[in-house]
Write a protein that binds this ligand. Sequence first.
Ligand code: AMP
Length: 188
Amino acid sequence: MGDPRPREVQDRAVDALTRLVRDIPDFPEPGIVFKDITPLLADPAGFGAVVAAMAEAGRDERGAVVVDKVVGMEARGFIFAAPVALALGVGFAPVRKAGKLPHHTHRVDYALEYGEAVLELHRDAVAPGERVLLVDDVLATGGTAAATCELVRRCGARPVGFAVLLELGFLDGHSALGEVPVSSLLTV
Ligand code: AMP
């Protein structure tokens, strides 16, 4: 028996995503198709399958863990990043919206489709030289992920990968990530 092979882990995750993530048209505003992950979270087998598959982004081809920390972005990123960190046996650090973190932070302002947003990370959340895996639910324009990479770099650490459930292919979020490899379970 033993552990399932990486291919099998990915197949189970893609099956869960296909069955358990639903499209909500025109939410939160007209023209946006919102990817609702709540049915996936309610299904422990499906939830476990996607966490196992996302954690593969923090291992090499022999299964060895190659990251020192997992960073998740508020709010849905937290749901996946924390169990991915535990699966890899490394620490978790939250990236939060402005004014939520209590200690000294780095902050990055970035452009949204309409307007601006601010993300923050505690200065001591990742150590200089650490290899950091980013985790979120959806990659859209890539603005959130690019700002998170910048926060990690300000700490002197290195973003080495971005694991995401779903990538909206038509928005080309990949290019905002530059050299940082993106592992998406499904591109829609
Ligand atoms: P972006 O910065 O444009 O890549 O947007 C990514 C962030 O917005 C992620 O944290 C997602 O949770 C959220 N997001 C963007 N588009 C969608 C969508 N269509 N459905 C669900 N969440 C989305």
